[in-house]
Ligand binder design. Structure first.
Ligand code: NAP
Length: 335
């Protein structure tokens, strides 16, 4: 398959190339794309060098699949041009996620909504992806009523500039700021911009995207999203109220058997999920599983995943794998 990676020099794009290679996605031709600044530079894929091309040149080559991680405005402008050329676009930005004509997909949860007519498919927000992977087996059994989620998100979620800020601060070097404040030795209770109701856009994404992916607008979600100075992945504290009561042993079993989930929950031996362990893994790790004793039918747990992998690159490649396995990648042109 002819595969374009748009944003190939970025944090997600670099991980995308790594995941495509590791999972042996059938790439017969790779088209790495970045901004005009990077055109002509080289990247390595499976031991070979490839020259970065512009978006316009990539569209001319009519790739079968284009995986985008180049920001919302690039996606809004360029994804329809790829789709019009017959390319299936899988987009990591927030540009298309809440568009009612576009599917928002986490393969473990709702891959079955995809059809050959879907030419622009949205990859959800990283913090939403790991949450719904853990929720799905529990929702199927006990029906989720309300979720209270607090996140502890890695600086890698903001891109190269934020990682540079953290390490510059650590080394005492003055450099460009990705955040309004120092991030090293600090915690920022703000991810993305604030909206009129006092929530940030990241928090609103977690609410709306969860309902869309789970196909259930009755699920209530409230979120507080927080940036912390770690690298390996995002962590989340979930408090989940179900319609029906649960048995803790069964909850552990359901999670252990769920696709893409690893239960790390052995408090006697101080085993619980941490970003250092989740780093560079594709799975979602769940631990600290316990009953909320203050309220009926309510569970607490702790969910960790590598935001650049399952939260972005791996999820996008899994969507491509699903489309390929069902023969849903064709040259039909988006209307
Ligand atoms: N980081 C995460 O955990 C995460 C998770 C899910 C989704 N995302 C989304 O993925 C996207 C990229 O995130 P990132 O963290 O990888 O950011 P990043 O490290 O800043 O990389 C941005 C990439 O986009 C390219 N780009 C910028 N403007 C472009 C243009 N006009 N045309 C073509 N390419 C352009 C850049 O190319 P140059 O090198 O030439 O500038 C670079 O390859 C964002 O939309 C983000 O919201 C990120």
């Amino acid at each position: 398959m002819k595969v374009a990676v748009v944003g190939a020099t970025g944090l997600v794009g670099t991980k995308m190339l790594q995941v495509l290679a590791e999972r042996n996605f059938p790439v017969t031709e790779l088209i790495p794309v970045a901004s005009e600044r990077s055109v002509g530079k080289e990247i390595t894929f499976k031991g070979k060098q490839f020259k970065i091309v512009s978006v316009a040149d990539a569209i001319k080559q009519k790739p079968d699949v284009a995986i985008f991680s180049a920001g919302g405005s690039t996606s809004l402008e360029q994804a329809p041009l790829f789709a019009a050329a017959g390319t299936t676009v899988i987009d990591n930005s927030s540009a298309w996620r809440m568009d009612p004509t576009k599917k928002l997909v986490v393969p473990e949860v709702n891959a079955d909504v995809l059809t050959a007519d879907d030419k622009i498919i949205a990859n959800p927000n990283c913090s939403t992806i790991q949450m719904v992977v853990a929720l799905k087996p529990l929702h199927d059994k006990y029906k989720v009523k309300r979720i209270v989620v607090s996140t502890y998100q890695s600086v890698t979620g903001t891109g190269v500039k934020a990682v540079d800020q953290l390490f510059n601060e650590r080394a005492g070097i003055e450099g460009a700021m990705a955040y309004p404040y120092k991030i090293d030795l600090n915690v920022l209770p703000q991810i993305d911009v604030f909206t009129d109701n006092g929530y940030t856009k990241e928090e609103i994404k977690m609410i709306k995207e969860t309902q869309k992916i789970m196909g259930d607008d009755s699920i209530k979600v409230t979120a507080t999203t927080v940036r912390i100075p770690v690298m390996g992945g995002h962590s989340e504290s979930l408090n989940i109220e179900f319609v029906n009561d649960f048995d803790l042993t069964e909850v552990r079993e359901l999670l252990s058997n769920a696709p893409g989930v690893i239960v790390t929950d052995d408090i006697a031996n101080l085993k619980y999920p941490m970003p250092l362990d989740a780093h560079d893994k594709d799975e979602v790790f769940v631990g600290r599983i316990r009953r909320d004793e203050s309220q009926a039918n309510t569970l607490n747990c702790w969910v960790v995943a590598d935001n650049l992998r399952k939260g972005a690159a791996t999820n996008a490649v899994q969507i491509a794998e699903y489309l390929a396995s069902k023969n849903l990648i064709g040259q039909a042109v988006e209307a």
